[in-house]
Ligand binder design. Structure first.
Ligand SMILES: [Zn+2]
Ligand SMILES: [Zn+2]
Ligand SMILES: [Zn+2]
Length: 125
């Protein structure tokens, strides 16, 4: 099986990075392995622009304990973080970011600034 190119070069040796599948999901590794063992996490964009810097994209990240959270693709220049998944649509009342919260039979969009919330029930198959 051929490795998928990651589209960036290794900052250690300059060889192209490739996408690998690991125990915790996809990651980038240097194609010069085993001579170079540089790896990087893959940034998964969720299609929501960063509400903090408006320039980056919200990406999935993992804490050292493996817990999923959301940060900015401009990190460390932008320190936006959220444990809840940001929603692409801004709050209709105050125009601030809304986040997705899991509820029993669907998801709830909850504004991070005001009390506005929307319930989206999952459709039964
Ligand atoms: Zn390398
Ligand atoms: Zn940002
Ligand atoms: Zn609001």
């Amino acid at each position: 099986m051929k490795d998928e190119p990651a589209g960036i070069d290794c900052e250690v040796c300059g060889a192209p990075m490739v996408i690998k599948m690991g125990r915790y999901g996809k990651f980038m590794a240097c194609s010069n392995f085993p001579n170079c063992t540089n790896t990087k996490p893959v940034q998964v964009e969720i299609g929501v622009p960063c509400p903090n810097c408006k320039d980056g994209q919200v990406v999935e990240r993992r804490s050292k304990k493996g817990r999923l959270f959301y940060g900015c693709s401009n990190y460390p220049d932008c320190e936006f973080v959220s444990w809840d998944k940001p929603v692409a649509k801004p709050c209709p009342e105050c125009d601030k970011m809304m986040v997705e919260k899991k509820i029993k039979d669907g998801v709830k969009y909850q504004c991070t600034n005001c009390t506005h919330a929307e319930v989206h029930q999952l459709e039964e198959d």
